[in-house]
Design a protein around this ligand. Sequence first.
Ligand SMILES: C[S@@+](CC[C@H](N)C(=O)[O-])C[C@H]1O[C@@H](n2cnc3c(N)ncnc32)[C@H](O)[C@@H]1O
Length: 185
Amino acid sequence: MTEFNAFAAQLLRRPRQVSALAPSSPTLCQLMAGQLPRWARRVAEFGPGTGNITREILKLGIDPGELFLYEVNPVFCRMLRDRHPDVTVFYEPAEALAYHGPQQVDAVVSGLPLLSMSAAQQQAILTAAFSRLGPDGVYIQFTYGLFSPLRRSVADSLGLEFTRSPRVWRNLPPAVVYVYRRKRN
Ligand SMILES: C[S@@+](CC[C@H](N)C(=O)[O-])C[C@H]1O[C@@H](n2cnc3c(N)ncnc32)[C@H](O)[C@@H]1O
């Protein structure tokens, strides 16, 4: 099955979980992976889906043994394990990074549908991510919305600030990439 067909089939079965019309475009995937700090060695990816951002992360030279994926869709997990046997794929929600997986990561790359999540779920996911990110670690997220997909209350509780990219028009729908990091004192 092609990536697109697998994605479309899962979108029909689990629309709220997948929450996108199509896999992210090569332009958006390259922009997401391109936000990784040059010094990043160990990376977690949330909601990798069919693995199109995963591929770009690996192309940048991240060692497959240092890449940890968290995905709740069993069909996508099987595809990811087949395609990337040296990458660790957890069939678990993103929140599991807090207790299952590496003790420390340099960056989190997220394709999660944050916009459609409750404040409590956003809080659990971002708290898990920043419990494993070092002081200079980054959380990279795309959104189709007009504003930061992370609620202000969640960002404030963790002391986060962000930068945002220009809109990527070569994506369906067009998207913006946000990079969240801890505020410096
Ligand atoms: C919008 S799709 C993004 C897929 C891919 N990264 C891309 O950019 O094309 C969202 C993905 O997040 C996954 N997902 C949703 N909630 C999740 C959660 N709590 N933990 C991990 N993955 C989740 C879905 O199964 C789906 O694969």
